[in-house]
Design a protein around this ligand. Structure first.
Ligand code: PMP
Length: 437
């Protein structure tokens, strides 16, 4: 057992070596490992606003934002204040608390398609429970998902998944029974024809479609016009449940999520990340008639010792409340646009093939000569070595991007024009490095 002060005096490389002794791969989630990047992950000590500070005192402009939640920047004083205020009342009661109702009311207000909502502790739990509910509600087993979409690591959904499962080259994980995976039909993202054909063949057996309405786990891929509309229509025609996994897009692409941005109403919505303000929170909700099937009202079982935890609710409510400030999301989208245009200009000037795609507060950089990237096959055809070089050069210059070519980037309202400028200046050098033989 070591003394904390001693830990702070060491380097990331030393900490990584120590961590790897008792933690698989030295990390508690695989996406944090710098897999394939030929350098150890950076251990962070603290964060403030748009910045991360590592254990060696180096500052980074952060475009990961704890993988999404930190939409107003790190250590937001309003969020921390709300948590502090709750803290002395106790950490968890295992009884109903009024603050859970406040959260439920707020979610239903911000996302009108949600008439009832159940809180859980992660995005994985939200999608897993929503799938069970859709199956219970329809009495059907088959589910449809899209290649490169990631919905957490529950068995049915860990089939041709994105994010870490993609980075690590394990689209389907050992340990997922074939008898379970066989109920998961995987189609190509943005391919409406394939969806139509699938439903013509077996629509009456399909419990649900689950989709990232903007794909953020194979880089950033917005839906093509008509794609989400097709999903809505086939689900309605076949009595299947349409589930939008808005764990990433919720409150980020627009206040009401991607469903508000694109004007498509799902039957169920999964939430996570921002909804907890940095605490472990997820939620799933939607149509009353579907949600009433959840226990204790209905027969579909779902539960959680710490679900609706009051500290987590306090953090989430404080953050969601801030996002309702008029113009918040327009300003955020504007920042993302400025960053993406700036990067594109510099890549073009350097003669590096790069493409940016974005939706609201999220963006992606693709090292490719393609004019757009719409699906998994196109995303994985990008130049992985160019990404690695770019990532490494940016990191050295104090810019923290997601350590994988298959993750979306996130901005926050704490990113200033100076932060963007620093990023663009770093990119000029990084693109040079990408071009070197
Ligand atoms: N769905 C989506 C769209 C996600 O991006 C993620 C996590 N990145 C999840 C589900 C799983 O959430 P969690 O990691 O909180 O379990």
């Amino acid at each position: 057992v070591r003394d904390c002060n001693e830990v702070f005096m060491t380097t990331s490389a030393q900490l990584f070596e120590q961590a790897s002794r008792h933690i698989p791969g030295g990390v508690n989630s695989p996406v944090r490992a710098f897999k394939g990047l030929h350098r150890p992950p950076v251990f962070m000590e603290r964060a403030q606003g748009a910045y991360l500070f590592d254990v060696e005192g180096k500052r980074y402009v952060d475009y990961v934002g704890s993988w999404g939640p930190m939409i107003t920047g790190h250590a937001d004083p309003d969020v921390l204040g709300a948590v502090r205020e709750r803290l002395d009342k106790g950490l968890s009661f295992g009884t109903p608390t009024a603050i859970e109702t406040t959260m439920a009311d707020l979610i239903c207000h911000m996302i009108p398609s949600i008439e009832m909502v159940r809180m859980v502790n992660s995005g994985t739990e939200a999608t897993m429970s929503a799938i069970r509910l859709a199956r219970g509600f329809t009495g059907r087993d088959k589910i449809v998902k899209f290649e490169g979409n990631y919905h957490g690591h529950s068995d049915s959904l860990l089939v041709k998944a994105g994010s870490g499962a993609l980075t690590h080259g394990e689209p389907s994980s050992p340990g997922v029974p074939a008898s379970l995976a066989e109920h998961t039909i995987t189609l190509s993202y943005n391919d409406s024809d394939e969806v139509e054909t699938c439903f013509e063949e077996m629509g009456s057996e399909i419990a649900c479609i689950i989709v990232e309405p903007v794909a953020g786990n194979m880089n950033c891929i917005p839906p093509r016009p008509g794609f989400l509309e097709t999903l809505r229509r086939v689900c309605t025609e076949n009595g299947s449940v349409l589930i939008f996994d808005e764990v990433m897009t919720g409150f980020r692409v627009a206040m009401g999520g991607a469903q508000a941005h694109y004007g498509i109403t799902p039957d169920l919505t999964c939430l996570g990340k921002i909804i907890g303000g940095g605490m472990p929170v997820g939620a799933f909700g939607g149509k009353r008639e579907v949600m009433e099937q959840i226990s204790p009202l209905g027969p579909v079982y779902q539960a959680g010792t710490l679900s609706g935890n009051p500290l987590a609710m306090a953090a989430g409510i404080a953050l969601l409340t801030k996002l309702q400030e008029p113009g918040f999301h327009d300003a955020l989208a504007q920042r993302v646009e400025t960053l993406c245009h700036g990067l594109q200009e510099r890549a073009d000037a350097a003669g590096v093939d790069m493409l940016t795609q974005r939706a609201g507060g999220m963006f992606g950089l693709f090292f490719t000569g393609q004019s757009r990237v719409d699906n998994f096959a196109q995303a994985t055809a990008c130049d992985a070595e160019a990404f690695r070089r770019f990532f490494s050069a940016m990191l050295d210059q104090g810019v923290y991007l997601a350590p994988s070519a298959y993750e979306a980037g996130f901005m926050s309202s704490a990113h200033t024009p100076e932060d963007i400028q620093q990023t663009l200046d770093a990119a000029v050098k990084a693109f040079e490095y990408v071009r070197q033989p």
